[in-house]
Design a protein around this ligand. Structure first.
Ligand code: CO
Length: 221
């Protein structure tokens, strides 16, 4: 186990500790790269938009070994993509049309609490309405889901299907379709991250044009 992780687990994270952590990070970063903040403060040109889960164990930069400035990030509970989410649509529009990012990655993770809650029938609260989107994924894939009896396997498969459906929802937005129609280089991918191994699996549903899109979602400009 790395020293940082041991340190984190040995004592509780405190409010003051966060601010001290920030100072330590700045000092360590400047020691390694004195121009780091000068360079980053000049602007950003990240090539990737990350749509992931809010889960504290799935931070986009750390798990892809990237740095500040590399990935534009949107996270919500269970990496849901819906077409009425103004927050997500704003992030998507800005990243595609202003930042001109090249890749959009929807990354789910095994053991996702949101996905597991959607598999159950217990009311949690307001979030039930958000997780209803994942119940739609179960309904869409009812035939496959009904053949999987093992609870762990049901959860794992739904995590994958949810990431795939979220990626499909990204592809069918007017934002992505217009970018493709204008010849912009843009690929959409679905990934899944394992909390147990730290490894990412590409779910192999990547698309870089509207050919794969169901005709029902295709729009003319
Ligand atoms: Co999650």
């Amino acid at each position: 186990m790395c020293a940082k992780l041991e340190q984190q687990q040995a004592h509780q994270i405190t409010y003051e500790g966060l601010l001290k952590g920030n100072k330590d990070w700045v000092a360590a970063t400047l020691k390694e790269d004195p121009q780091f903040f000068d360079r980053l403060s000049a602007g950003q040109a990240p090539p990737v938009l990350w749509i992931g889960c809010s889960d504290s164990r799935v931070p986009a930069n750390q798990i892809t070994n990237t740095m500040p400035g590399d990935i534009f990030v949107h996270r919500n509970i269970a990496n849901v993509v819906t077409h009425t989410d103004m927050n997500l649509l704003s992030v998507l529009d800005y990243s595609v049309n202003v930042l001109k990012i090249k890749h959009i990655i929807v990354c789910g993770h095994y053991g996702c609490g949101g996905v597991n809650a959607a598999l159950g029938d217990k009311q949690v609260g307001l979030i039930d309405n958000w997780l209803r989107n994942i119940k739609d994924v179960i309904r869409m894939h009812e035939r496959e889901m009904s053949t999987i009896k093992d609870p762990q396997k049901r959860s794992d498969r739904l995590v994958e299907l949810n990431a795939i459906e979220s990626a499909a929802n990204v592809m069918s937005t007017s934002i992505v379709q217009n970018a493709w129609a204008s010849g912009q280089e843009l690929s959409v991918h679905a990934w899944v991250y394992s909390l147990k191994t730290g490894l990412i699996t590409d779910l192999q549903v990547s698309a870089s044009n509207s050919d794969e899109l169901s005709p029902v979602f295709k729009m003319k400009a």
